[in-house]
Design a protein around this ligand. Structure first.
Ligand SMILES: *Cc1c(COP(=O)(O)O)cnc(C)c1O
Length: 595
């Protein structure tokens, strides 16, 4: 029931203009979502009137409860409904009678007759949304988790609780603009235009009530640096914006992103099906360390759809995992096809988009449910900050019967709330913060978040230059007589060329491998002969990088595993940087010629 029906601007306008809200189905049990929502909205300055025949005459959150909308003696701007869908038509009629302006149905609630009726009477109608979630997403406290609002602002006071700031927003869907502005409005206290580094371990509470609300997940906000930090949250918003997703969770490395991404889905005996063409470190992480947690991995040929279909049929499979553009070989995944296969089995598709980045590919637009990054690479972009990120497209139905129990069953570490029931399409990303980061502790440092924020501002420009340089270098190498093959997907005869054309906006990545005729020793020699290229184990730096995987990154794999992951003895991996292409080519030419 997730939908893109309501623009953030529309929601922002509604939440800015209404002052009094009647909550129908208000519960006096503090563990129920309706009780959360009332308390949150009250703290944000709204007048809340509870409506519930069973509680009529009693108080909930210090407000007298009424049996029905018609009994309320003051004028009501908005009616927020926590009742079953089939009760909504009568409630809509009452809403019109009391002259409210907005009829709002909570997550999971929809009644088309009620919707039509209120629209015909010129009221606004919102459904399958929660005003608490929408408010915290759009007007949220500084750094309260990585939820993405599609609105940006260069005004100093965008973030305030006065509910009167919708005029300060600017809306953009362009990567160039979002990479600079999303999540990083001027600091509301100081006006600092470069987003500050909040180098603080803990964050002061307003009072005990506020502290309790934060610990109960009734309100977003910062508690302790292991779970969230304002600088990191700004980065989370930026990344979510670039992925056209609902939220993200930044962590200490790309490997940590994989751990945090899978933790909400897996438990001992559960399994993922993953591409055999993954970054070498990921293969080791999945098949060795995750295996020791009891998390199983089946590796498949990601271009063999029959094999994938068979593998994901097993009852204990909880996700399909692939890289959009594989490291190092540049194999391109058919994201639409993979998402169709995964969704047919009721499992999410996870795409590692590290090598492509959002500048050339937004996997969520092709059906990927979760996107992960090593931000260490192109996103930070300067080889100076480790980091990772888990991104939630917010489209997956966790209640589909496949037993995503951490998201659908009562969570005893949070007084028995069910994440999906309480947070709707923010359930997964909330769980990543509130449980996975809390307990696994792989937090990104605010300083690294700051460096990554700065890096992302130029992502688009850098990626274009990385790729045009890669184009020239690949075309030089393919003609060199000491080179056997070049794995760059920009060559028409490359098996990935058509998919790259379909999924990538411009260019074909800037990391690829070459096979050289001179074998293991010759390959090592070529690496050592380079003077401009840096010999090291990284990719996605401004500097051009080179490595011989068989003797380094893939050294621990056996020959069969090396062959499967494209790291045979005579293979060299290149990451093409931003130097002048003439110089990059000259360095490789001298190195090859001197062999
Ligand atoms: C580097 C990399 C990772 C791991 O990221 P770290 O930041 O090194 O932990 C995962 N996937 C891909 C595709 C990578 O290139």
């Amino acid at each position: 029931m997730n939908d893109d029906k309501f623009s953030d601007l529309k929601i922002a306008n509604i939440l800015s203009s209404v002052k009094t809200i009647a909550v129908v189905g208000a519960s006096n049990n503090w563990k129920r979502p309706s009780n959360f929502v009332m308390k949150y909205l009250q703290r944000k300055g709204y007048k809340i009137i509870p409506v519930n025949p069973k509680e009529a005459g009693k108080e909930i959150h210090n407000e007298l409860c009424y049996a029905s909308l018609k009994d309320i003696p003051i004028s009501i701007d908005m009616v927020d409904v926590f009742r079953k869908s089939d009760e909504c038509l009568e409630l809509a009629k009452d809403t019109i009678k009391i002259k409210a302006k907005v009829f709002w149905m909570q997550i999971g609630i929809f009644n088309s007759e009620a919707n039509d009726l209120v629209l015909k009477n010129n009221l606004d109608c919102i459904y399958n949304r929660c005003p608490k979630i929408e408010h915290s997403r759009i007007f949220g406290e500084l750094g309260s988790g990585g939820f993405y609002s599609k609105l940006i602002s260069s005004k100093k006071n965008k973030l305030s609780n006065n509910n009167d700031n919708s005029g300060n927003f600017f809306k953009s869907n362009n990567i160039e603009t979002l990479s600079i502005h999303a999540g990083t409005s001027p600091d509301p206290i100081t006006g600092a235009r470069s987003f500050p580094i909040y180098q603080s371990t803990a964050f002061a509470f307003d009072d005990s009530e506020h502290a309790a609300s934060l610990y109960n997940l009734q309100e977003n906000g910062n508690i302790y640096g292991r779970l969230s930090n304002p600088t990191t949250a700004a980065l989370e918003q930026k990344i979510a914006a670039l992925d056209n997703a609902v939220g993200s969770c930044c962590v200490s490395s790309g490997h940590a992103a994989q751990l945090i991404a899978l933790y909400p889905l897996l438990s001992p005996g559960k399994k993922i099906v993953a591409s055999s063409k993954l970054y070498g470190g990921s293969i080791t992480q999945f098949t060795k360390s995750f295996k020791s947690f009891g998390w199983e991995t089946d590796l498949v040929d990601i271009t063999n759809y029959d094999e994938i279909k068979q593998a994901i049929k097993a009852k204990n499979v909880r996700a399909l995992f692939a890289e959009s553009l594989s490291n190092p070989e540049g194999v391109v995944s058919d994201i639409e096809k993979l998402s169709e296969l995964a969704h047919n089995e009721g499992i999410p598709l996870i795409i590692d988009n590290t090598m492509a980045t959002q500048a050339i590919c937004q996997p969520a637009n092709y059906g990927a449910d979760i996107i992960i990054y090593s931000t260490t690479k192109f996103l930070s972009g300067h080889g100076n900050a480790m980091g990772g990120c888990v991104v939630d497209a917010g489209k997956f139905d966790w209640n589909n019967g496949r037993d995503f129990e951490k998201l659908t069953e009562p969570d005893t570490s949070y007084h028995g709330i069910k994440f999906f029931e309480t947070f709707g399409n923010l359930a997964y990303i909330n769980f990543c913060h509130a449980s996975a980061l809390r307990d696994l502790g792989t937090t990104m440092s605010p300083f690294n978040a700051y460096l990554t924020l700065t890096g992302i501002e130029t992502l688009n420009l850098r990626m274009q230059k990385h790729m045009s340089n890669a184009d020239e270098v690949a075309n030089f190498l393919i003609k060199h007589d000491k080179v056997d093959s070049v794995s760059w997907s920009g060559f028409q005869k490359n098996k990935s060329y058509q998919l790259a054309k379909k999924y990538f906006k411009f260019g074909f990545g800037s990391v690829f491998t070459i096979s050289v005729k001179a074998g293991f020793d010759g390959a090592k020699k070529i690496v050592e002969n380079c003077n401009l290229f840096s010999h090291l184990a990284n990719v996605g730096d401004t500097k051009s990088l080179i490595i011989h995987p068989a003797s380094t990154t893939h050294r621990q794999l056996n020959p069969k595993e090396r062959e499967i992951s494209g790291a045979e003895d005579n293979v060299i991996r290149l990451s093409i940087g931003l130097e002048h292409s003439d110089d990059i080519i000259k360095d490789l030419k001298v190195s090859l010629d001197n062999l």
